[in-house]
Write a protein that binds this ligand. Structure first.
Ligand code: 6GU
Length: 230
């Protein structure tokens, strides 16, 4: 799968893509990420990518002609183009799973002061990573690359690990422990040392349910009972 990140700040997004799961997946060729400087498509000596808003007001607005040129250069046949904006559709695990089936995602990073509204007509959709305002879409684009990239076949070492975890079955993850068995009066639950696989599974499930009820009851509405086979 391929991602293109269109940004006015290429240096801001490059380094995180070189590390951890995404970095390794890129090295292994499972995932390709290109970073495109929007300013390369701004004409003139000053390469101006934004301008004052019509109607007045503070701040600058990213220019539609410049963004159109950048999007046209980046997009391939069948690519899906998404604009990063706090007013977009909220990214969640279900949408991340759908996006993992795309062949090429073009992510356009707007900056917080604004993007010419006509850009909405040039993209296939808009995404947000939550209800707060970031100064630009760059960190949001990185979040999307990470959330979608790790779902691609062969990106995580263990093919089970993307499945058996928070949100995949509409529940929070069960608690995990490793050595030492006892630490400052905090003990690992006995059942995990029992070697009894069925009991361990039942306990984990119970813990998942309990945690979800206590912390994120909103996740429990609309859960398909077929997902219970975990
Ligand atoms: Cl995608 N962009 C910006 N600028 N702020 C955000 C966001 C995106 N998602 C949440 N806040």
């Amino acid at each position: 799968m391929r991602f293109s990140i269109l940004t006015l700040h290429p240096e801001l997004v490059r380094s995180p893509l070189d590390h951890s799961i995404v970095g390794r997946a890129r090295e292994a060729g499972k995932l390709e990420v290109e970073v495109c400087d929007i300013r390369d498509h701004a004409p003139g000596k000053h390469r101006q990518a934004d301008d004052a808003p019509y109607g007045g007001g503070a701040g600058m607005v990213m220019k539609v002609d410049v963004l159109d040129a950048a999007i046209t250069a980046a997009r391939s046949e069948g690519a899906k183009v998404l604009l990063a904006t706090p007013s977009g559709r909220r990214l969640d695990q279900a949408w991340a799973r759908e996006l993992a089936d795309e062949s090429h995602l073009v992510l356009v990073c707007g900056h917080y002061e604004g993007v010419d509204a006509r850009v909405e007509e040039l993209v296939d959709g808009e995404f947000s990573i939550g209800d707060y305002v970031l100064t630009g879409g760059e960190l949001a684009a990185l979040v999307l690359v990470e959330a979608v990239g790790r779902l691609l076949p062969g990106v995580l070492g263990n093919d089970d690990s993307a499945q058996d975890e928070s949100f995949s079955a509409g529940r929070l993850e069960y608690p995990q422990y490793t050595r030492p068995r006892s630490y400052k009066d905090m003990d690992v639950p006995d059942v995990l040392l029992s070697g009894h696989h069925a009991k361990i599974e039942a306990w984990r499930r119970e813990q998942s349910d309990e945690r979800t009820r206590a912390r994120r009851p909103d996740l429990l509405v609309d859960v398909d009972p077929a997902d219970d086979a975990r």
